[in-house]
Design a protein around this ligand. Structure first.
Ligand code: ADP
Length: 355
């Protein structure tokens, strides 16, 4: 089968212009991934465009699609547009300047937006976000879950959801839904195992679009799974989205806590209330003798929370069922609500909600 490369795709679409700009030479292509299907290669393309009318964008999409599928070996193409609206570009460049922080956007139909953050990847931030959203939904709250972790969008897998997001005539994007939880993720548009390469400012641009164009309806709570770390994208989000507060997930080791502290500092600087710290993978309980083993140490997050004078929300054990259930798309809190760990997630969700 013909080897598809970025260059071959770029040359296939190099004749496409949009509003006086060339989509290739003017750097409008901000992401390209490939996935192998039975019939050939599927090309996923993310293009940054000036906002335009839907009919015009449909026409542009068709031109790009046609050019891509004409390449030998390509069986399908998926084109996503991301657009900056309302001068977001300016915000990107000023994001470090507190005095000129962007104005917060307003989402009158969403009561509370709660960010789940971590100083680094792999600490169980997404798993925690999913289970907290499940716990909120079980409390009877109208719940949304937004995967802002566009570098590694794992929410579709963790929620056992697959499919593609569709836009209505007004350009609003319909979230997918499971157990009453409305879910949006870049993962519905690109493969999780295809690493996306984003130019810095595009990250917050793409995430912001989920907020602005998402057809969330009326929500009591929207849980946002932030990208790990404390870069510009997180900062812009913290400044532009009216967050009710942030929850920080950390493992107990010093090194993880050091990163968690940075995350906490970022929210403090942007006046986002810290709802508290969760210690994930806190201890291992032997399923046979019930003895606790502290694989990564234990209690570090609690001590840190006390030191930093922020609430400590609870400890989630390192547990095989959490891993198996979340990685197979059946979050524990949804699939085994009677499990003691599901009760821990619910207790944490209660504390967050009260706060
Ligand atoms: P992050 O969002 O911080 O990158 P994830 O939520 O994707 O982390 O979790 C990373 C891995 O750790 C996943 O395989 C997940 O199932 C597993 N995991 C998360 N929390 C726990 C836990 N408390 N016990 C066991 N495995 C966990």
């Amino acid at each position: 089968m013909t080897q598809i490369t970025e260059d071959s795709i770029r040359s296939a679409i190099q004749h496409v212009d949009w509003k006086g700009k060339n989509i290739v030479s003017d750097g409008m292509i901000v992401g390209m991934t490939f996935s192998q299907e039975e019939q050939g290669t599927k090309v996923n393309l993310i293009v940054e465009v000036e906002p335009g009318k839907n009919a015009e964008l449909d026409e542009l999409k068709k031109r790009i699609d046609d050019a891509i599928v004409s390449v030998d070996g390509v069986c399908a193409s998926a084109v996503i547009f991301t657009a900056h609206k309302g001068g977001d570009h300016k915000h990107e460049h000023r994001s470090h300047d507190r005095k000129q922080a962007p104005e917060k956007l307003r989402f009158p139909n969403i009561q509370r937006i709660i960010a789940v953050a971590s100083g680094k990847g792999g600490v169980g931030k997404s798993t925690t976000a999913v289970n907290l959203a499940a716990a909120f939904a079980q409390k009877g709250l109208r719940t949304g879950l937004m995967d802002a972790d566009i570098y590694g969008p794992s929410i579709p897998r963790l929620m056992g959801l697959s499919g593609t997001l569709s836009q209505d005539d007004n350009g609003l994007v319909e979230p997918l839904e499971r157990d009453g939880i409305k879910v949006m993720s870049m993962g519905f548009m690109i493969d999780e195992d295809q690493p996306m390469i984003w130019r810095g400012p595009m990250v917050s641009g793409a995430i912001m679009q989920f907020f602005k164009d998402g057809d969330w309806g009326d929500l009591d709570v929207l849980v946002v799974d932030l990208p790990p770390g404390t870069g510009d994208a997180q900062l812009t989000l913290a400044q532009s989205i009216p967050l009710a507060g942030a929850v920080i997930v950390s493992t107990p080791q010093d090194i993880a806590l050091l990163d968690a502290r940075k995350a906490l500092e970022m929210f403090r600087k942007t006046d986002v209330p810290i709802l508290g710290i969760i210690e994930n993978m806190s201890y291992f309980e032997c399923p046979h003798c019930r003895e606790h083993t502290n694989i990564f140490g234990h209690g570090g997050a609690k001590a840190e929370a006390e030191k930093l004078k922020v609430p400590f929300l609870g400890e989630i054990p390192l547990d095989i069922e959490i891993r198996q259930k979340s990685d197979s798309g059946a979050p524990l809190t949804l699939s085994a609500p009677e499990n003691t760990i599901s009760a821990i997630y619910r207790a944490i969700a209660d504390k967050i909600w009260t706060a």
